[in-house]
Design a protein around this ligand. Structure first.
Ligand code: UDP
Length: 322
């Protein structure tokens, strides 16, 4: 089976490519490297079933010029996903969700391929319903600093849904909650890489606000299992939440990382960014019912694996960024 993964050089995308290759798929990765990295694909760059196309999907990919014959599935993951990244490049972020998603949907129509859209828990904004079910419409500030990502992804969900109706295209939407694991960039600004790199360097851990805001963290292998289960599930378009429903305050996360790394770091409290969601936890009943999705990796085990990765492979990145 031949498949396209956009954003395949990114954090979740590279793990998805790797799993697909292990399952015997031919994988075409499309990435502009705006936030992805070639180094993420090192473990499988030489795999003969892997093909890499450096391309920004806001420009159409022309199937006539490329060997797309036989592509049966498109996973559309291309988009900056870390708040500091997307706030630096808000227009690119909006545009990849709009024009990029449209271009990939057009390609799916031409190729007769199934299309899976990587959406996000950010469609729920700063949620007034807790935990979040798929039926919740969200609480998003359409003008705020996170809106380029939130509204971009909301637009993409609408676009996918309407393509599905207009073209009878088999589409799927997964709403990805906070995910962590090896290959996150040391300085992409998200909380787990920040805290781990700070702890390993013996620097202060930066908690934004009082640290009582909550998040639920899913290990990347579990997330990839959920995405794959969704792609192969017949007659189910979603949207479906994917994540781990265990909920932690950011303060307790800081304490856990300090404990696991044996760091001597003190805590440094900083201002809470505008529109930072106060709580977040997925209700995954739908995923568990329809996809038999159940996260397997315990938080402490996943954190240990991630810390080990930052200690080894992440060292270079940490040095470079100094
Ligand atoms: N956060 C923090 N310190 C950091 C980075 C993030 O306290 O160094 C907080 C951030 O304000 C948010 C939570 O951790 O409340 C998760 O942030 P992240 O950027 O990982 O993802 P989000 O879920 O907000 O998209």
């Amino acid at each position: 089976m031949k498949t396209i993964v956009t954003g395949g050089a990114g954090f979740i995308g590279s793990h998805l490519c790797e799993r697909l290759l292990k399952l015997g798929y031919e994988v075409i990765c499309v990435d502009s490297y705006i936030t992805g990295a070639r180094s993420n694909m090192e473990p499988f760059l030489d795999n003969p079933n892997f093909q890499l196309i450096e391309h920004d999907i806001t420009q159409p990919l022309l199937p006539e010029e490329l060997d797309f014959k036989g592509v049966k599935e498109i996973f559309n993951l291309a988009c900056p996903a870390s708040p500091i990244d997307y706030q630096k490049i808000p227009l690119e972020t909006l545009w990849v969700s709009a024009a990029g998603t449209k271009n990939m949907l057009d390609l799916a129509v031409k190729l007769g391929a199934k299309f899976l859209q990587a959406s996000t828990s950010e469609v729920y904004g700063d949620p007034l319903e807790h935990p979040q079910r798929e039926s919740y419409w969200g609480n998003v500030n359409c003008l705020g600093p996170r809106s380029c990502y939130d509204e971009g992804k909301r637009f993409a969900e609408s676009l996918v849904t309407n393509y599905s109706h207009e073209y009878s295209l088999p589409t799927k939407i997964v709403r990805i909650f906070n995910t962590y694991g090896p290959r996150m960039r040391a300085h992409d600004g998200r909380v787990i890489p920040n805290f781990i790199t700070q702890a390993l360097a013996g620097e202060p851990i930066t908690i934004y606000g009082d640290g009582y805001q909550t998040r639920s963290f899913c290990y990347v292998d579990d997330m990839v299992s959920g995405i794959l289960a969704m792609m192969v599930k017949r007659d189910f378009k979603g949207p479906v939440n994917l994540g781990n429903p265990e909920e932690y305050s950011i303060k307790s996360l800081a304490e856990k990382i300090v404990e696991l790394t044996g760091a001597k770091s003190k805590i440094d409290y900083k201002d809470l960014p505008q529109d930072d969601p106060k709580v977040r936890r997925p209700d995954i009943s739908l995923a568990s019912e329809r996809l038999e999705f159940e996260p397997k990796v315990k938080f402490e085990d996943g954190l240990k694996r991630t810390i080990e990765w930052f200690e080894a492979d992440g060292r270079e990145q940490r040095a470079e960024s100094r």
